[in-house]
Design a protein around this ligand. Structure first.
Ligand code: SAH
Length: 350
């Protein structure tokens, strides 16, 4: 059954025209769906009762039910465990920054990529999310919190570039001027480095921020922690990143989880700096979040400072990701773990 929340404006218009509706009705329904964020066709009060019934009977309507909600006492970070219509569970996190609210959304239930430091890989992959299910995370959080969220990071569970078409439809819907009208510049998409899809993304010429999970300065270390690195080596990945930055004019953000004794030596920093030299980029260091099933530990503050000093010596732009919601496990939540037999994918927010 076609999902109302996943249809672009032109798809919705074609559907409604085929049902004998006037052209302007598409504008009304789209506005209910994406501007007013109606939770059901019943709320569409300026739409005929007859059409409301048809929309309910002939289409599905993506939604997220709040199964659990945790609020950090430190910084008001909110973490949701959402239940989808088929009973699968996903997580989203809303963070408050000076410039507004950011939501970290999931793009898949589970993940195929198997990065060893990431809890999502442990239970494997269940399914892709529909565009409407990615949107529903935003709409449900906004309705629940009574705020409007201005920034999105696609850094929740899943590999967005492994759900390319649905993610592209989501991006076009969420930036649609007739709906949420979010700026593409306020959206970040994070990938573990699916090279052909980085090229496809580049061809879309979007102004979003591409984050690339690098987490290592060379193939030997990267292949230990990220299976995807065996498919595309670092040269191939970094060349795709250079093409991306050249063609879009957008700076790439490289994510680098600092794991004690694995990738955090000064020699690693030197090697990383050499590889990134001359690229329009930025390195974001993330003290690794411990995952129960693995014995990775985060690097010490001293080690991180030393790593930063080496990168800065080489004029590489570097920041350390601020930890939000530490009391609610917002950054690598194991919220889904205790919640029944489904998958164990967890959220590692941006
Ligand atoms: N699949 C995409 C997006 C989701 S991950 C990707 O790989 O980029 C969001 C970020 O969190 C990625 O950089 C990921 O590598 C990182 N991450 C995963 N597990 C982590 C952990 N335990 N500690 C710190 N960062 C982690």
């Amino acid at each position: 059954m076609n999902d109302l929340l996943s249809m672009t404006f032109s798809q919705l218009e074609a559907e409604l025209l085929s049902m004998g509706e006037k052209k302007y009705v598409a504008g009304q329904v789209f506005s209910w769906l994406h501007e007013k964020q109606a939770a059901s066709p019943d709320e569409m009060t300026n739409v005929s009762k007859n059409l409301r019934e048809k929309l309910k009977n002939f289409y599905s309507f993506s939604s997220c039910t709040i199964e659990k909600k945790l609020v950090s006492v430190y910084d008001n970070t909110v973490k949701y465990l959402f239940r989808l219509q088929d009973g699968e569970r996903i997580e989203s996190v809303v963070m408050q920054y000076k410039y507004g609210h950011t939501i970290c959304v999931s793009s898949q239930v589970g993940c195929k990529m198997g990065c060893t430091f990431c809890a999502s890989g442990i239970a494997g992959f269940v399914r892709n999310l529909l565009p409407g299910e990615i949107l529903a995370q935003l709409y449900t959080a906004q309705r629940d919190l009574g705020v409007s969220i201005s920034h999105i990071v696609m850094m929740g569970v899943g590999e967005p570039l492994d759900n390319f078409d649905n993610v592209m439809t989501f991006l076009s819907l969420v930036t649609d001027a007739r709906g949420q009208n979010l700026s593409m510049r306020n959206i970040s998409l994070s990938t573990c480095g699916v090279v052909p899809m980085i090229d496809r993304l580049r061809e879309q010429k979007l102004q979003l921020t591409l984050s690339v999970s690098l987490h290592a300065p060379n193939d030997a270390i990267r292949q230990q922690t990220m299976p995807v690195a065996r498919r595309w080596d670092m040269d191939t990945l970094l060349n795709a990143c250079r093409r991306y930055a050249d063609d879009t004019g957008r700076r790439i953000s490289f994510e680098y989880a600092m794991i004690a004794g694995v990738n955090d030596s000064d020699a690693c920093a030197e090697e990383l700096a050499n590889r990134l030299k001359g690229m329009l980029c930025h390195v974001n260091l993330i003290p690794v979040n411990a995952v129960k099933e693995r014995d990775y530990a985060r690097s010490s503050d001293r080690r991180i400072r030393s790593f930063i000093a080496v990168l800065e010596k080489h004029k590489i732009n570097v920041t350390v990701r601020r930890t939000l919601g530490s009391d609610i496990n917002a950054s690598c939540g194991q919220l889904r773990r205790g919640e029944g037999p489904q998958t164990n994918a967890s959220l590692h927010k941006g």
